[in-house]
Design a protein around this ligand. Structure first.
Ligand SMILES: [Fe+2]
Length: 301
């Protein structure tokens, strides 16, 4: 019961045509709906209406991110929990937002707009259920689904407390500074190494969102596709110490950081939190390189 997984990330882009060309042609997502100033995308193996929404705005940024809850009652319970914590909750009625039913929206301690939604239109995946051949008409990287996201917060500890105490997330890993403060936290609801990570940085900022790939071979192929399309790679292909996942970070042509991710472990609810210390930050973040590049910690949208 409660939160299931990341539902969708809503970002802003200054060039809708470029965004559509990149997220379909290079990333390999499907467009499920467009409006005057928005486009909605999903991965080929996702059933729900969208996992990424882009809205035209002169500035690159993030509007909100949404997690999906299991039942209608979860929405009401979490609405009460967020209000009890002292935050105002805004109810979005059925029909107000494209592709989904009723939801609640509120501001997190890090100044992000977060949404919880139960009912999302089912548009179906591309995979046949009873004769499941991988679709052959995919283009670009074509991840099967969205995986997780990383947001920034000035007070990581305060945000972690909100996500755990109020929203029921479990912390798989943390990176702790010499002064004992949390620099980064990785938290899950879906028995994956993380559904959301929060790392020290400006409130309200998006660091990246990540698409799931099935294996390392798909990561390697993604690197080829990115290079062929002259997409700026930030880091990788490499592996994280935290989460143990294989990864590539890169920027969409408008400047939002994307990631492709595979591997990692499967934490049960009794998984003991792994603690990394700041003196080992290089290995924690990029296990092969052993160091974190300046761009990775300073560029946000
Ligand atoms: Fe990530």
């Amino acid at each position: 019961m409660g939160i299931l997984r990341l539902s969708h990330v809503d970002i802003t882009v200054p060039d809708m045509d470029l965004a559509k060309a990149y997220y379909t042609g290079v990333m390999g997502l499907d467009i499920t709906e467009t409006t005057d100033d928005r486009a909605f995308f999903k991965c080929w193996d996702e059933e729900d209406h969208h996992s990424l929404a882009v809205r035209y705005d002169p500035r690159v940024g993030i509007d909100r991110f949404a997690f999906k809850v299991e039942t209608e009652d979860d929405l009401a319970d979490l609405e009460k929990a967020v209000e009890s914590y002292g935050f105002h909750v805004h109810r979005v009625s059925r029909g107000e937002e494209v592709g989904q039913g009723e939801s609640i929206r509120f501001e997190t301690p890090s100044g992000h707009e977060m949404e919880l939604v139960h009912e999302v239109d089912k548009v179906g995946g591309r995979m046949s259920k009873l004769n499941p051949e991988i679709p052959i008409d995919l283009q670009g990287i074509a991840p099967p689904r969205m995986d997780h996201m990383l947001i920034n917060a000035e007070e990581v500890g305060e945000s972690a407390k909100f996500f755990m105490d109020v929203l029921g997330f479990r912390m798989t890993e943390q990176l702790v500074g010499g002064d004992g403060h949390q620099i980064g936290v990785w938290m899950e609801r879906s028995h994956s190494p993380h559904d959301i990570a929060i790392v020290n940085g400006p409130n309200g900022a998006l660091h990246h969102f990540a698409f799931w790939l099935d294996d390392w071979d798909h990561v390697r192929r993604s690197a080829d596709i990115l290079a062929y399309n002259a997409i700026q790679i930030d880091v990788g292909p490499t592996r994280h110490g935290v989460t143990r996942g294989n990864t590539i970070y890169f920027f969409d042509p408008m400047g939002t950081r994307n990631e492709v991710f595979t591997g990692g472990y499967r934490p049960d609810p009794d998984f003991p939190t792994i603690t990394w210390t700041e003196d080992n930050i290089g290995q924690a973040v990029f296990y092969y390189e052993g160091e974190v590049n300046e761009r990775f910690v300073t560029v946000h949208t």
